[in-house]
Design a protein around this ligand. Structure first.
Ligand code: 3PG
Ligand code: MG
Length: 400
């Protein structure tokens, strides 16, 4: 694969370079204008963009926000992201519209194209439709353009701005994607043992494939979050009103036969899904009727921490509970802290990776030190699919 360094060595001064970044950040809409609640993905995207700009390229960044279904919609505008990107680059970033055609640019200028998913061709299953949009994107770069794939969080998507443009322009692997892939390779090729994976999040069905792929490779798989209740049900326990995927109970029972899955021994239950609910901590085997489990309990955190303390490789994806609500944040905070404590930087020996946009945002929201982990990935779905052994279209296309 040709990389950003190869492109810079060829020279970019005066050329227009299209950069696909993943700037899909969480926004809070409770004020008059949307506020970015976690700018991690924007910060991670800055180095590639600023290197190109510093070398005199005219940079057009393309990105998506959310999953707009019906064309342009104010709440999915990248306008707040353009503002933040400009602050971080130290030079204003104009938000431009695809319909306006090639923007006028001077050497070093950076513009951001409005949410590419406002155009339904971006996510079309039809090659010709995506191709037509890719042709328009290529048209913005003139005769000597290049494409840099730097949106790690979307490399698992076969979409026009990720995949199809790479077949039409000289295409290069960006520094962010390169760093992410190097880390994930370290997890898949001969990881130092014990290799411990922590998975959370609400649905087993979303994680089934990655659990199947990981079980033969890991020493322990610690399960928290909403999905632990389907595993507890598979052990024959009543889970009250907790999240339960009844159609996955059999799958969970089969996965438990591996003997590598560790479930919480206690859970924080509530009589309502709210920060003001009544709560109790109960054994995971004794969840009362009418109550729902919304976090793992302190005994589970201690047990998980014990396993993590001996690990040499750790991958963590998905919160342990509803961390957005204060009464249910301690499980996620405790496990995240245990990962930090086990990490080599803290004087211990584990190489630790936080996989995913949401888990990464949780780390920062809970006030954990970002540099306490070996690596915080910008891509959740993408890193899970990589670990699952799937081919990622946005990477495969750069190999061709
Ligand atoms: C993400 O947030 O996981 C990435 O930006 C990809 O977004 P998507 O799941 O909507 O394709
Ligand atoms: Mg996502």
């Amino acid at each position: 694969m040709r990389t950003l360094d190869d492109l810079l060595a060829d020279g970019v001064a005066g050329r227009t370079v299209l950069v696909r970044s993943d700037l899909n950040v969480p926004l809070d809409y409770s004020d008059a204008s949307a506020r970015i609640t976690d700018d991690g993905r924007i910060r991670a995207s800055v180095p590639t963009i600023s290197e190109l700009s510093a070398e005199g390229a005219q940079v057009i960044v393309t990105a998506h926000l959310g999953r707009p279904k019906n064309g342009p919609e104010e709440k999915y505008s990248l306008a707040p992201v353009a503002g933040r990107l400009g602050e971080l680059l130290g030079a204003p970033v104009r938000l431009v519209q695809l319909a306006d055609g090639a923007p006028s640019l001077a050497a070093g200028d950076v513009v951001l194209l409005e949410n590419i998913r406002f155009d339904p061709r971006e996510t079309s299953k039809d090659d010709a439709e995506r191709g037509a949009l890719a042709d328009e994107l290529v048209g913005l770069t003139g005769s000597d353009g290049a494409f840099v794939s730097d949106g790690f969080g979307v490399v698992h998507r076969k979409q026009a701005s990720v995949y199809d443009v790479a077949t039409r322009l000289p295409a290069y692997l960006g520094g962010l994607v390169r760093a992410e892939v190097d880390v994930l390779r370290r997890l898949t090729e001969d990881p130092a043992r014990p290799y411990v994976v922590v998975l959370g999040g609400s649905k087993v069905s979303d994680k089934l494939a990655v659990i199947e792929a990981l079980l033969p490779k890991v020493d322990s798989l610690l399960v928290g979050g909403g999905m632990c209740f389907t595993f507890l049900a598979a052990q024959g326990h009543s889970v009250g009103d907790s999240l339960l995927e009844a159609d996955q109970v059999e799958n969970c029972a089969r996965l438990l036969e591996s003997g590598k899955i560790v479930l919480p021994s206690d859970v924080v239950v509530a009589d309502d899904f709210s920060a003001s609910a009544n709560t109790r901590t109960v054994p995971a085997t004794e969840i009362p009727d009418g109550w729902k489990g919304l976090d793992i309990g302190p005994e589970s955190v201690a047990a998980f921490a014990g396993v993590l303390a001996g690990a040499k490789t750790i991958f963590w994806n998905g919160p342990m509970g509803v961390f957005e609500l204060a009464p249910f944040a301690e499980g996620t905070r405790g496990v995240a802290q245990a990962v930090v404590d086990a990490t080599e930087k803290g004087g211990n020996s584990a190489f630790s990776v936080v996989g995913g946009g949401d888990s990464a945002a949780a780390v920062r929201a809970l006030g954990l030190p970002e540099d306490g982990f070996s690596h915080i990935s910008t891509g959740g779905g993408a890193s899970l699919e990589y670990l699952e052994g799937k081919e990622l279209p946005g990477l495969a296309v750069l190999d061709e």
